[in-house]
Design a protein around this ligand. Structure first.
Ligand code: PMP
Length: 425
């Protein structure tokens, strides 16, 4: 129903305050989660959430003392846990401690932050970069800060939660456009551009549920035509797309200056945790002094900066890791498609959805794989539409051809069984 308004609202509560207004266990959202968990328990399927991993996760992981082939984490280049990256993180702790103990702007700034940001700028070919302790928080605070109530945010319908949360925080008008559909974006802006002050177009370099990507040059054209800003979230595309892992900009040969905000995370290819924003010098300078989630938050911990810097150096020195990741991804996809598995919109990037189309099927498939030594996460409704629930494959550069061939064989049998394909025969 309609939420109760603030002071002066006509729907003032009469009589006692309902329990569901102050007792968490009576909140409708609490009861909904409880119901879902009871259903899962009743179905007898193992709860696939919060499974406890007993060590580093790369192409393998250990859960409940069992070694499994893993497709459930985005350690794309295997750099989290790499000895050189670990050493870089440890060195940073030895030099700077475990906290920077302040916001960057007030005495939290360390040489390791400067080194990381300078090397990232050089790697990306931008004028400047700023880094944040969290990737989700980067999108929230930057988008929340760059635009306001007089403005419009037009984002891909599949945009990550952190982009949507940033848009909500900003108070701007928010309009999703159809997934990857630049024509739909064009129509929206043709109609609405003149009703707003600033317009921010937000897309991702690689979509985390589907493994597909936008036709970036088209978005650049539209941004220029409508005098809008273009924001590209490279969380999953940095280190995975382009000849040398420089992301979707490299893949399409887009000029760095044609995108206003290149955002990315350090938690995936960079084996660390945190986010970055890359762009023109004056933008980054402005944001360093004014972004709420940057100015009023502690700076990135030294270990995270050290790990990201170590990973960046590994990536620059080892572009073959990117090639291996890409060829592994293409091999997995080809084998899966040859076996008749529905891989949705997959394009041969390291994210490959195995479409199941029902929460129970995705759960059963994930469990069948788990029992046969393969860890892959189900993505359920409401994270994706009910008819598109899936098991998601994250490929890494470390998977061997043998592991991939074996996995797809197991997957094909399990998927066919779960989907009941050929059950009439
Ligand atoms: N953007 C996208 C597209 C993401 O998929 C994610 C999360 N995986 C984030 C931002 C948030 O990054 P982080 O997990 O590093 O906080």
């Amino acid at each position: 129903g309609k939420p109760v308004g603030g002071r002066g609202s006509k729907s003032r509560i009469s009589g006692p305050i309902p329990e569901s207004y102050f007792d968490l266990t009576k909140f409708p959202e609490f009861l909904l989660l409880n119901d879902q968990q009871k259903q899962m328990e009743a179905s007898g399927v193992r709860n696939p959430f919060f499974s406890v991993h007993e060590g580093r996760v790369d192409n393998m992981t250990r859960i409940d003392g069992r070694e499994l082939i893993s497709y459930a984490s985005y350690n794309y280049l295997g750099l989290s846990g790499h000895p050189d990256v670990n050493a870089s993180a440890k060195d940073a702790i030895d030099t700077f401690g475990t906290s920077v103990s302040a916001s960057r702007i007030v005495s939290g700034e360390k040489t390791i932050h400067r080194d990381l940001e300078a090397e990232l700028s050089e790697f990306l070919g931008v004028e400047d970069v700023m880094t944040f302790p969290g990737g989700h928080a980067t999108n929230e605070t930057i988008i929340g800060h760059l635009v306001g109530p007089q403005d419009l945010i037009v984002h891909d319908a599949f945009a990550h939660n952190s982009i949507v949360q940033g848009a909500i925080l900003s108070g701007a008008r928010r309009r999703p456009f159809k997934h990857n559909d630049w024509r739909d974006l064009f129509e929206i802006l043709k109609d609405a551009r003149r009703d707003f002050r600033r317009v921010l177009i937000a897309v991702e370099g690689l979509y985390s549920m589907d493994g597909d990507y936008p036709d970036l040059p088209r978005f650049v054209e539209i941004k220029k035509r409508f005098k809008a800003w273009l924001y590209v979230d490279e969380a999953h595309s940095i280190g995975t797309l382009g000849e040398t892992g420089r992301g979707i900009g490299e893949m399409y040969g887009v000029d760095r200056g044609d995108v206003d905000c290149w955002m990315g995370t350090l938690s995936k290819s960079f084996g660390s945790c945190g986010g970055f924003l890359a762009g023109k010098a004056e933008l980054i300078q402005f944001l360093r002094y004014t972004t709420p989630g940057y100015v009023f938050a502690a700076g990135m911990p030294p270990a995270n900066a050290g790990a990201a810097l170590g990973s960046l150096r590994m990536l620059k020195a080892n572009p073959h890791l990117v090639k291996k990741l890409q060829s592994n991804s293409q091999l997995f996809l080809k084998l899966a498609q040859d076996a008749g598995i529905d891989t949705g919109m997959a394009l041969g990037t390291p994210i490959i959805p195995i479409i199941c189309g029902h929460n129970s099927r995705a759960l059963l498939l994930s469990e069948a794989l788990y029992k046969q030594g393969i860890n892959a996460q189900p993505i359920l409704y409401p994270a994706v539409p009910q008819e598109e629930t899936r098991v998601r494959i994250f490929m890494t550069a470390s998977h061997t051809e043998e592991q991939i061939r074996h996995s797809v064989e197991v997957l094909a049998k399990a998927w066919n069984k779960v989907m009941n394909v050929g059950s009439e025969a």
